[in-house]
Design a protein around this ligand. Structure first.
Ligand code: HPA
Length: 275
């Protein structure tokens, strides 16, 4: 058997033993500084990544490293409090392993979130951006022998983010008075933040927000035909003017994400409540 698939099933079997046979309606990936949504999960069952076979340990700042199952918006969900990034040195197989594990657990929707730099001049720190599309400048996680049981060799990416979930989010946001931006998320490897020329370049090629994650997870979910909803929390504004009084800093990014997380949490909870 494909050893990649053996690892996926070994991890999924371990989690199933912990959470029982209940099938989660949705999987949620909580990005940098956005782990607090896990506190809203009712009757939580917490599975530390370090206990799950083949799961790497999460090393990134603002990432806790737990798989959590429980009730959100009245629905049974599984959430990742922290993700694995390519810049941490993990191969794409490991970056995306949890998504395939969630697929085996039975999720029918994937919710992803991240902290991102706003390259669109209309974006401010604390804004939430619905991810409508993406530009992938990371290696594609589907490179290599295709896992036929998960999806086709050449997956369609015409609607990478679910138009139905986006419509639901807009309706809920209007009811709750939450302002939402919408745009294209670009992922590069990091771990350096962008140079002024890179921010300009990313804006020129159509990006509205930039980060170092999420897209590999989305590609793997779409490979398995899982509808995806994504939010970028804008944690810093792209400075491309060589201003002497400004620096990008990982701790500031986590703080800004934390401050805006409440709005995103409400949105995720209400959308999941309607699934
Ligand atoms: N660039 C890349 N990744 C990020 C940024 C950024 O400006 N902000 C938060 N994550």
């Amino acid at each position: 058997m494909d050893t990649r698939i053996e690892k996926i099933y070994a991890a999924a079997d371990y989690i199933k033993k912990m959470i029982g046979d209940r099938k989660p309606v949705a999987g949620i990936v909580l990005g940098s500084g956005l782990g607090k949504l896990a506190d809203k999960i009712g009757n939580p069952i917490l599975v530390p990544y370090k206990d799950i076979p083949h799961f790497p340990a999460s090393t990134a700042v603002g990432h806790k490293g737990n798989f959590i199952a429980g009730k959100l918006g009245g629905k049974f969900v599984v959430a990742m409090q922290g993700r694995f990034h390519y810049y941490e040195g993990y191969t794409m197989e490991y970056v995306t392993l949890p998504i395939r594990v969630m697929k085996v657990l039975g999720i029918e929707h994937l919710f992803v979130s991240n902290a991102a730099g706003g390259v669109n001049f209309g974006f401010k720190i604390g804004d939430l951006m619905i991810i409508k599309d993406h530009i992938n400048l990371l290696p594609n996680p589907l490179i290599g022998p295709n896992m036929e049981e998960f999806g086709p060799r050449f997956p369609d990416m015409t609607r990478p983010y679910s138009p139905q979930l986006i419509a639901a989010a807009k309706e809920i946001a209007a009811q709750e008075g939450i302002e939402l931006k919408e745009g294209t998320y670009l992922a590069s490897t990091g771990p350096t933040y962008e140079t002024p020329a890179e921010y300009k370049y990313f804006r020129t090629i159509g990006a509205d927000a930039v980060g170092m994650s999420t897209i590999p997870e989305v590609i793997v979910a779409r490979h398995s035909s899982i509808p995806v909803f994504g939010i970028s929390v804008i944690t810093n504004e792209a400075h491309d003017d060589y201003a002497p009084d400004y620096e990008n800093d990982g701790d500031d990014v986590v703080r800004a994400a934390n401050a805006a997380a409440e709005k995103m949490n409400l949105l995720f909870e209400r959308i999941i409540g309607q699934l």
